[in-house]
Design a protein around this ligand. Sequence first.
Ligand SMILES: *Cc1c(COP(=O)(O)O)cnc(C)c1O
Length: 231
Amino acid sequence: MARLIARAHELGALVVWDLAHSAGAIPVDVTGCDADFAVGCSYKYLNSGPGGPAFIYVAPRLADRVRPALSGWLGHEAPFAFDLDYRPGAGIERMRVGTPPILPLAALDAALDVWEGVDMQDIRAKSIALQEMFIAKVEAACPELTLASPRDAAARGSQVSFRHPQGYAIIQALIAEGVIGDFRAPDILRFGFTPLYLSEADVEKAADILCDIMATGSWDKPEFHRRAAVT
Ligand SMILES: *Cc1c(COP(=O)(O)O)cnc(C)c1O
């Protein structure tokens, strides 16, 4: 990040980072690498639940100059003045578009309590250990799946993807067994590892179930080939 940001700044460009798959999964230091902007969601590795609040980071050096794409009433300098003209609030305040969603924020607040005292370096180390274990087990027991992610753990986030032409049906068969992965066209089986609460036993079980599905061919049932909107 630091290298890309420095290069962008040399060329007079700004960078927006999408941290949806980073926050809560890998250590990210937006101030340390002089990031301009970052956005992300709280419902993946931060565990706020589906539809949980998104977040935005704006470097303090830009916060009073940037104009929000959505000029919401609660980001107005004087929200209760009901002025006819929009005047952005001070600094990051202007990014608050509307009334905060209190129930989802309460869920996020509780989800964040679990992070108290957690060191992101430990989270990263556990994430890599779980991924390495999963890769080793899957490669040993299901050779028909090909690793699609970089083999170098340092080049991965907290996901591992494999390729298989029947990826869609295999993921459906896994979901039916309680192992929730994603399918991404055309042939990617994607697995996310949430290091905060997933154990080695969970990952071992997931790998066993996957390899059992492959060995028995149980993915090849009509219901697993039926395409749904969410993959
Ligand atoms: C999940 C995700 C988001 C979050 O999108 P929402 O509209 O907040 O649900 C953004 N970017 C990427 C790459 C994602 O995976």
